[in-house]
Design a binder for this molecule. Structure first.
Ligand SMILES: Nc1ncnc2c1ncn2[C@@H]1O[C@H](COP(=O)(O)OP(=O)(O)OP(=O)(O)O)[C@@H](O)[C@H]1O
Ligand SMILES: [Mg+2]
Length: 244
């Protein structure tokens, strides 16, 4: 579970308007957590706080799991919108190995972990392939493989589908659903696209520095009006018309 306990954040001390204003909410594993909200409302800032790239100005972000050592170390990974900003290796194998090499693991372990992560995406026979030969969708899969190799507790995907073609989007959601069903990794997906909302099991809506909705997809779909700054996806609109 990730628990935000009265978290406030501003980028610099002189700022009078906080990007996050005493936000308290929690997210669970085992479900796709969606984070939505209008442009500039602070979604990416919240993501950077979760993965530790930023620290809260006030309040605390806690990670806990049932039956786990209270001092357990939690690593969270992030998938950025543009894979080109995230890929650091020249070949598939190099890129997946990069983060592992920084952990100073023995070479044997690194090789095993690279193959394990690569095989989830069908990359295991392509480890020497230059990254420049990959499609946009394949590059994104490589970013996911490279983060998965580090065995994170949580992964935050920041607008992962916005630059993918429809086929790559289907593939993306297949991977996300596979991870939710077959791993113990917590998943958070930020998206502005109404068609992504149907994939979310839990939805958090950010508006003007506050979480104005934090509940299941079913509760979201049954609201009288969408939360501020959000429109219902077409399938929810259609369902509501059919129900009336
Ligand atoms: N490094 C930074 N320094 C100062 N202000 C920043 C910085 N990054 C973002 N901001 C400001 O913080 C606010 C929230 O930005 P953020 O990128 O978190 O929003 P977002 O919801 O992810 O937006 P988008 O939908 O465009 O991706 C914006 O007003 C933005 O201008
Ligand atoms: Mg953003």
């Amino acid at each position: 579970m990730i628990l935000f306990d009265r978290v406030s954040f501003c980028y610099n001390e002189k700022e009078t308007s906080f990007i996050l204003k005493g936000v308290s909410f929690s997210l669970q594993k085992g479900i796709i957590n969606g984070l939505i909200g209008k442009n500039g409302c602070g979604k990416s800032t919240l993501a950077r706080l979760i993965v530790g790239l930023l620290k809260p100005t006030e309040g605390e972000i806690q990670f806990k799991e049932e039956n786990e050592d209270p001092n357990a170390y939690y690593f969270s990974g992030m998938i950025f919108q543009n894979p080109d900003n995230q890929i650091v290796g020249t070949t598939i194998g190099d890129d997946i190995a990069f983060g592992l090499e920084n952990l100073n693991l023995p070479t044997e372990n690194i090789e095993q972990l690279v193959v394990k992560a690569a095989s989830l995406f069908g990359f295991e026979k392509m480890l020497d392939m230059p990254v420049s030969k990959l499609s946009g969708g394949q590059k994104q899969m490589l970013c996911i493989a490279s983060v998965l190799a580090l065995e994170p507790s949580w992964i935050v995907f920041d607008e992962p589908t916005s630059h993918l073609d429809p086929w790559a989007r289907i593939e993306f959601w297949n991977i996300i659903n596979y991870l939710v069903d077959n791993s113990n990794i917590g998943i958070i997906v930020i998206s502005q696209l109404p068609e992504d909302i149907i994939h979310f099991g839990h939805i958090s809506v950010l508006n003007e520095g506050c979480i104005i909705f934090n509940d299941s997809y079913d509760v979201f779909a049954s609201l009288n009006q969408p939360p501020e700054g959000i429109d219902f996806p077409e399938n929810i609109k259609l369902q509501r018309l059919l129900n009336n």
